[in-house]
Design a protein around this ligand. Sequence first.
Ligand SMILES: [Zn+2]
Length: 256
Amino acid sequence: MTDLRMWAMRPATFQSPGQIELYGRDAAPRMPTPTYLIEHPDGLVLFDAGLNPDHAGDPIGGYGAMAEKLNMDFREEHTIEAHLGELGFGLDDVKVVIASHLHFDHAGALKQFPHATTFIGEGELEYARAPEKFCTGWFHRDEFDDRHGIQWQVLPCDHDVFGDGTVTVLHLPGHTPGSLGALVRLPKNTYILTGDAIHTRAGYASELHYHGDHDTVTARRTLRKIAHLERVTDAGVWICHDPDDWQKYGGAGEKQ
Ligand SMILES: [Zn+2]
């Protein structure tokens, strides 16, 4: 097995407005905006790109009322560039980006990687450029438009990035048309990074889709695909926005 390492990058966090209402701002759990870095001998892979670095330090100035509603905590130290620097890397060292989908809390820094290959699921770009009304606010088109020169590589199915089985992009549609995840086989552990294909442990256990999913039937089929992969690979399923999963699997900034 190739020597691989993975870091869960130190994330910005937010709170769900429903939970703020129930528990108050002090007690409501803080959910991470997930980004992972995988070091492979053939290059660095970034899974998801979090929030837009232009808004670090002033999320309300950048995102407006939504940042206030979500009580966002997004500082310079939460940016991918800052964390890469601490690990001894620069933005240019990232060779491959896996964009789980184009919602603003996953796609904000994609524009910083025009030199890399960016994997995107089939149908995602088209949908993100003309989304349905209920989710227009979740796509910030200026963050992934053509002027950034992002080198998209569209995937219609699963894809073994390096041909050695260590990092496989998973086709997980339903949350959005082109949602992707990743199966990462590290020397000691295997993980399934779910992107937003799953939002909560309870939803996963009871095979329930999330209210914001684009196609609920497809989303439930995807949950069954993840459960099957979990069984056959003995992987840990890392539900990207779930604070308990971050606690369980090592937490922000920890090496896997
Ligand atoms: Zn999403």
